[in-house]
Design a protein around this ligand. Structure first.
Ligand SMILES: Cc1cc2nc3c(=O)[nH]c(=O)nc-3n(C[C@H](O)[C@H](O)[C@H](O)COP(=O)(O)OP(=O)(O)OC[C@H]3O[C@@H](n4cnc5c(N)ncnc54)[C@H](O)[C@@H]3O)c2cc1C
Length: 341
């Protein structure tokens, strides 16, 4: 049987980052991933400044479009905050995946095609997909099979379920900001990426059609009218996913598999990178309880601030969010900075 110190389930961005972290910490790492080639996924593709810095630390510098801040807009007004701690980057998922994969392979990570569907754990290690490891880092995404198998998944809350959809257009970016258009249908999250491509992600309740949501933001619709769509429509959700804990024996959950709030503040990758770092540090120290505490710390703002914003966005107060951001620019700036860090 193949043996390794760290087995990672899921070769998405956070699984690959965890494998890179493991190699940088001097640990062997194997990644199991069912899909091959450049993996795409419904994502807003805005890397916050903190994510750009964390990737740089891993030696990963993907090609992208510089993002200098965030703009909230409704039909009548706009609030802008420019990042003060460095730039973000708009990066196509396939580009990000390619850059992480190349770095992982360069560092000697083995990528094995397959799927983790059954785990056996004991005091000394864990066996999954025919591989024996000291630690299993589970980064198998929003609907994590592993979180359910090890008894850490909680049912998705029945109320306020939100879904994401995204499509790309070949059009020269018109802004260096992430634009969030607040409409009656939902939020449209616009990210410029490299090569004259702009991505639009729609965040809304179930049943809202992408084209209908786009029509609700006429200025944005006009910008992409006639532009060639360069990707198919992809969706994901429900976005909110909860876990009762992040550690079960020698298995640690990270990335979306460890729980997710919402895509509205564009932080999934940044938080997942922090989790990958913390999980590998816990594995190297042989102390998984340390990961649970670190997970609480690195996700606190996401759970509290993004959670509060989504509660507002799904309440009768929704229409007051952009006016409030305009009326209280320091508050808006403070929230964006905290989440972008
Ligand atoms: C609409 C939308 C917009 C978003 N916008 C942003 C944004 O602008 N910025 C940002 O930072 N984040 C954003 N996010 C969040 C971001 O996409 C996620 O946080 C990120 O993809 C999490 O990465 P991950 O590696 O944990 O999971 P994933 O990217 O989902 O990767 C999981 C991997 O696990 C594999 N897998 C699944 N099951 C198994 C198994 N049993 N065994 C082995 N492998 C398995 C899958 O094939 C997949 O490759 C957005 C999300 C959505 C839905």
């Amino acid at each position: 049987m193949t043996e390794t110190q760290v087995l990672v389930a899921g070769g998405g961005p956070i699984g690959l980052a965890a494998a890179i972290e493991a190699r940088l910490a001097g640990l062997d790492a194997v990644v199991i991933e069912p899909r091959t080639g450049a993996i795409d996924k419904a994502c807003g593709e805005g890397l916050m400044p903190g994510a750009v810095r964390a990737l740089l630390r891993l030696g990963v510098t993907p090609d992208g479009h510089v993002l200098r801040g965030v703009e909230y807009r409704d039909a009548r007004r706009s609030a802008v905050h420019r990042f003060t701690t460095g730039d973000g980057l708009g990066v196509r998922r396939t580009t990000l995946h390619g850059a992480l994969l190349a770095r992982a392979e360069h560092l000697g990570v083995r990528i094995v095609p397959g799927r983790v569907d059954h785990i056996v754990q004991d005091g000394a290690g864990v066996t999954a997909a025919g591989i024996r490891a000291e630690w299993l880092l589970a980064a198998d995404g929003l609907h994590s099979h592993i979180a359910r198998e090890v008894g850490l998944a909680l049912p998705a809350p029945p109320r306020r379920r939100r879904f994401g959809q995204r499509r790309h257009y070949r059009v020269e970016p018109w802004s260096d900001l992430i634009e969030v258009h607040w409409t009656r249908a939902g939020e449209l999250y616009v990210t410029p990426t490299a090569g004259g491509v702009v991505g639009i992600a729609v965040l809304a309740r179930q049943g809202v059609r992408f084209e209908d949501a786009l029509r609700e933001a006429p200025e944005l619709a006009a910008r992409v009218r006639g532009a060639e769509p360069v990707s198919g429509l992809r969706g994901a959700g429900p976005l909110r996913q909860r876990t009762r804990g992040r550690v079960a024996g020698r298995t640690m959950l990270l990335g979306d598999a460890s729980g997710y709030v919402d895509a509205l503040t564009g932080e999934g990758i940044r938080i997942g990178l922090d989790q990958a770092r913390a999980a590998v540090a816990a594995a190297a120290a042989g102390d998984p309880t340390r990961y649970e505490a670190d997970w609480e710390r690195v996700t606190r703002d996401f759970r509290r601030l993004t959670g509060a914003l989504v509660r507002g966005a799904t309440s009768p107060l929704r229409g007051a969010i952009v006016p409030a951001a305009v009326a209280a620019p320091r508050l808006f700036a403070g929230a964006v900075e905290r989440l972008a860090r």
